[in-house]
Design a protein around this ligand. Structure first.
Ligand SMILES: Cc1cc2nc3c(=O)[nH]c(=O)nc-3n(C[C@H](O)[C@H](O)[C@H](O)COP(=O)(O)OP(=O)(O)OC[C@H]3O[C@@H](n4cnc5c(N)ncnc54)[C@H](O)[C@@H]3O)c2cc1C
Length: 360
């Protein structure tokens, strides 16, 4: 493989504060960037989307919001707990769904109110509020997709990034230079593509090729009918359930979460296997199939006033890297993301944090 290397940095010219690029403003990129910024570094974040959060996403509709990516998070790491306690204490609230039902394929409760033993936390007014809050003090270039990493043309001991505007916008390619360090905090497939396109870190590319991440078709449904006839809600008494139906893995009543409004809304996540089988399907077809499965599982047969299906190509890690992060000291390039450790919001936070601590 033809790979670029980076000339060794002169140690005598090393300034205490470094200019660092963080690619990706998901929870991993934000945890990394805010830790590096707190350590006094000059950090610039690049985010392809127009908002921060990545898969901690909230969709606003005329019927209220939906957490169409992560549904909640759990807290096991004391550093994650501290960060939440110090900076987002009043924003994050426990959600009563921490007792989750397990359903058989016919929607019958197979295991009632399975206690998980740990709280399910949700930021208000939506999951995206937490990364948005933590990203506020950071310098983020939104709508800016990084397409290449190369030695800086003016200062070859540093890095420059080539970027393009969001899909559908006619932004010209731009170049941002002068970075001593670069962090890739993007899903493993995108990180691998970027390293390959830039002919960088072949050994790391090989390790990352073993990471596997599955897709998830997600259906969002709103039923204002219940409110219109004065009912608290339609269908089942439970608010969240894992399902063994061959199409559906998880479903939750969005309006049961704190600070979300009262109109009955459901988020339905298809299983990884079913999503993988239906990757190429038309969203309307997927929507119809998942809606039928939803009716079987919940008994709600009313027509939704709002329905849409969204495909997450990189949703859930199936085989992680097995290390919290990777930092290549010679190249001064690092990778972080949930896929390093697992498939949870907290894994992403810990990965970004650990990388920043090693770099800082
Ligand atoms: C449907 C679904 C349900 C989930 N449910 C839960 C749950 O209930 N609980 C839980 O703990 N976790 C859940 N997760 C997982 C959780 O959302 C993730 O673990 C976590 O959000 C990942 O954060 P991250 O920063 O590693 O990656 P991401 O959130 O994917 O962030 C990566 C960011 O990089 C940006 N990006 C990518 N390529 C580029 C580029 N070239 N240039 C610039 N920017 C780029 C992306 O736009 C994105 O914003 C769920 C995920 C999905 C999809």
């Amino acid at each position: 493989m033809n790979t670029r290397t980076r000339p060794t940095r002169s140690t005598t010219s090393a300034a205490p504060a470094r200019r660092i690029a963080v690619i990706g403003a998901g929870i991993a990129g934000i945890a990394c960037a805010r830790t590096l910024a707190q350590a006094g570094h000059n950090v610039q974040v690049f985010e392809a989307n127009t908002v921060p959060g990545g898969r901690m996403a909230t969709a606003d509709t005329a019927f209220g919001s939906f957490d169409h990516g992560a549904q909640y998070f759990t807290v096991r790491d004391t550093r994650f707990a501290q960060a939440l306690e110090q900076t987002a204490k009043t924003m994050c609230r426990p959600w009563s769904a921490n007792t989750v039902h397990v359903l058989d394929p016919y929607g019958r409760v197979a295991a009632a109110a399975l206690p998980t033993g740990e709280r399910h936390w949700v930021p208000a007014p939506g999951m995206q509020a937490l990364p948005a809050h933590w990203a506020t003090p950071l310098a983020v270039e939104f709508g800016t997709r990084v397409t290449g990493i190369a030695p800086d043309r003016l200062q070859p001991q540093q890095w420059q990034l080539t970027t393009e505007g969001m899909l559908g916008t006619p932004d010209a390619q731009r170049v941002f230079g002068g970075f001593v360090d670069v962090v890739l905090a993007v899903p493993s497939v995108q990180a691998l593509q970027l390293l390959r396109a830039s002919s960088l870190a072949p050994a790391l590319q090989e390790r990352m090729a073993a990471v596997s991440v599955g897709p998830c078709w997600t259906l969002l449904l709103a039923f204002p009918q219940a409110q219109q006839v004065g009912l608290p809600h339609l269908g089942p008494q439970w608010n969240a359930a894992r399902s063994t139906h061959h199409r559906i893995a998880w479903l939750a009543r969005e309006n049961s979460k704190p600070g979300r409004g009262t109109i009955e809304r459901w988020t339905v996540q298809a299983s990884t296997a079913w999503s993988a089988e239906h990757l190429q399907d038309d969203p309307t077809r997927v929507q119809a199939k998942l809606l039928r499965a939803f009716a079987e599982v919940t008994g709600i047969r009313a027509a939704p006033a709002f329905a849409t299906a969204h495909l997450w190509h990189q949703a859930q890690t199936l085989a992680p890297l097995g290390a919290s992060h990777v930092w290549d000291e010679a190249l001064r390039i690092g990778v972080a993301g949930d896929w390093c450790l697992g498939h949870r919001v907290e894994d992403a936070f810990v990965s970004g944090l650990e990388l920043a601590l090693q770099m800082a």
